[in-house]
Design a protein around this ligand. Structure first.
Ligand code: PLP
Length: 419
C-alpha cells in the first residue's frame, strides 16, 4: 500500500489515522519506510532530508551506530526489570555533571510526565496551587498545562475533558513581557507555586528570550518564593552541554527533560535542587511512580547519546546552524522578501511574517496558509520539516554541508511559490 492508502486504512483503526495530532497533515502524511543519518524514506519511494528529526530527539541523526550498539547490548540482557540498575546512576551523574541546577534526577517516560511531576513537586514544596505559564508554550498533554493561550480566555481548558477547576490555577502571560508578569505576580504572589517556561519558545516556532528576561524570571521568583521551572524538553542537550541554563547563564530551581536525553528512545526526566528533589517519593511525600521509569533500554541509549555530546560536538553543530540560517536570510533578501529567519544553535524556522516575533501574540499574526504551501513545496523538493508554523526545525550532526546546500535551494524554490 502507498501512503495515501495506508492513511485511509489507518483512519479505520487509529483516531485520525495517527497517534499524535501534528502528524496528520493534509492531504495525507507520508508513511515511513526507514531512516538513516539525515535522511528519511517513505513507502512511496521518496527520500527527504529530515529537519523534523522526530520533533527534536535525534541530534545525532537516525540510526547512530554507537547508540544501536549500546541498545543491542542492553536488549540482550532484558527490556525492563521493575528494579533499579547501575546505569540509572550513571545517566543521573551525567545529567548532574552537565546541568547547573541538577543535584538529583528522577527518570520518567516522557516530557509530559516530567512537567506534570515537576509542577506537582513545586506545589508540594511551596504549599501553593497556582502556576504561571507563557501563552503559546507547550509543556505536554496533561491537564494542568493544556490551557488556551491568549488574553481573556487564558485559563479556559484547551481540550474537552479537562475540568475548568483544574485549569483555573493555570495563569498565562505573554512571553518576554516583564510588565504583564510583574502585574500578575503583584496580584497573585501569595498563591503562585511555580513559573514554568520554555527558555526558548520552541512550540510557537522559535523565539528567544529578550536580553535579561530569564534573569528577570530568576529574580522575581526568588523574591516571591516561587519555584522557577525551565522546561528544557527541547533545549536540553540541544543548545549546549548544559542546555539553555548554561547557554543563558540562568539557573532555575527545577528542569524538565525528554527528547535528546533518551538518544531516540522514550524518556523524560526532571531534576533540580536536592532540597526539592528529596520531597519525591519514596524519600518524600510528593508521589511519582512509573512501570517503565528508568527503562534500561532508554537509559542505555541516553548514556550512549550523552557520551557523544561534548563541547566540540556543539561547536561543529552550531556552525552548521549558523551557516544554514545565514544562507536562508541571504536567500530571503535576494528574493526581496521580508520574512523572519529565526533560531539559534541547531534550531531554525522562517516566520511568514514581516515583523519581528517576541511571543505567541506576534507569532499568531504569521501567514499560516502560505506556510503550509511552503511546507508542501519543500516536500516536493525533498525536504521534510514539521508541518506547522508553530514548530521548530532541527539540525543533527548527521546533516553535512552538501545536505544543507540542497536544503537552501529547496527553500528558495519553495518560497518563490509560497510567498
Ligand atoms: N515540553 C516541551 C517544551 C515540549 O516541546 C514537549 C513536546 O514536544 C513536551 C514538554 C512534552 O513532551 P512529550 O511529547 O515527550 O510528552
Amino acid at each position: 500500500m502507498n501512503s495515501k492508502e495506508l492513511f485511509k486504512e489507518s483512519k479505520k483503526y487509529l483516531p485520525g489515522g495517527v497517534d499524535s495530532p501534528v502528524r496528520a497533515f493534509k492531504p495525507n502524511p507520508f508513511f515511513v519506510e526507514r531512516a538513516k543519518g539525515s535522511k528519511i524514506w517513505d513507502v512511496d519511494g521518496n527520500l527527504y532530508i529530515d529537519h523534523c528529526l522526530a520533533y527534536g530527539p535525534l541530534i545525532l541523526g537516525h540510526c547512530n551506530s554507537k547508540i544501536i550498539e549500546d541498545v543491542y547490548k542492553q536488549i540482550q540482557n532484558g527490556s525492563s526489570y521493575g528494579a533499579p540498575t547501575e546505569n540509572e546512576i550513571t545517566l543521573a551523574k551525567m545529567v548532574i555533571g552537565r546541568v547547573p541546577c541538577a543535584e538529583m534526577v528522577r527518570f520518567v517516560n516522557s516530557g509530559t510526565e516530567a512537567t506534570m511531576s515537576a509542577i506537582r513537586l513545586a506545589r508540594g514544596y511551596t504549599q501553593k496551587n497556582k502556576i504561571i505559564k507563557f501563552s503559546g508554550s507547550y509543556h505536554g498533554a496533561h491537564d494542568y498545562v493544556l490551557v488556551k493561550s491568549g488574553s481573556g480566555a487564558a485559563t479556559l481548558p484547551d481540550s474537552l475533558g479537562i475540568p475548568e477547576d483544574t485549569t483555573k490555577n493555570t495563569l498565562s502571560v505573554p512571553f518576554n513581557d516583564q510588565t504583564a508578569l510583574s502585574n500578575l505576580i503583584a496580584r497573585e504572589k501569595d498563591e503562585i507555586a511555580a513559573i514554568i517556561v520554555e527558555p526558548v519558545m520552541g512550540n510557537i516556532g522559535c523565539v528567544e528570550p529578550k536580553e535579561g528576561f530569564l534573569e528577570f524570571l530568576r529574580e522575581i521568583t526568588e523574591k516571591n518564593n516561587i519555584i522557577l521551572i525551565f522546561d528544557e524538553v527541547i533545549t536540553g542537550f540541544r543548545l549546549s552541554v548544559g542546555g539553555a541554563q548554561t547557554h543563558y547563564s540562568v539557573t532555575p530551581d527545577l528542569v524538565t527533560f525528554g527528547k535528546i536525553l533518551g538518544g531516540g528512545y522514550p524518556i523524560g526526566a526532571f531534576a533540580g535542587k536536592r532540597e526539592l528533589m528529596e520531597m519525591i517519593a519514596p524519600s518524600g511525600s510528593v508521589y511519582q511512580a512509573g512501570t517503565f521509569n528508568g527503562n534500561p533500554v532508554s537509559v542505555a541509549a541516553g548514556i550512549s547519546a550523552l557520551n557523544q555530546l561534548d563541547h566540540s560536538f556543539y561547536n561543529e553543530l552550531n556552525k552548521k546552524g549558523d551557516y544554514l540560517r545565514n544562507q536562508i536570510s541571504e536567500t530571503i533578501y535576494n528574493l526581496d522578501l521580508n520574512l523572519q529567519t529565526v533560531g539559534l544553535s541547531s534550531m531554525f524556522q522562517i516566520y511568514f511574517n514581516e515583523n519581528p516575533i517576541l511571543n505567541y501574540e506576534d507569532a499568531k499574526k504569521s501567514d499560516t496558509e502560505k506556510f503550509l504551501v511552503y511546507f508542501r513545496e519543500l516536500m516536493k523538493n525533498g525536504v521534510f520539516i514539521p508541518p506547522s508554523q508553530f514548530e521548530c526545525n532541527f539540525i543533527s550532526n548527521a546533516h553535512n554541508y552538501e545536505d544543507l546546500e540542497k536544503v537552501v535551494i529547496a527553500i528558495e524554490n519553495s518560497l518563490k511559490i509560497a510567498w
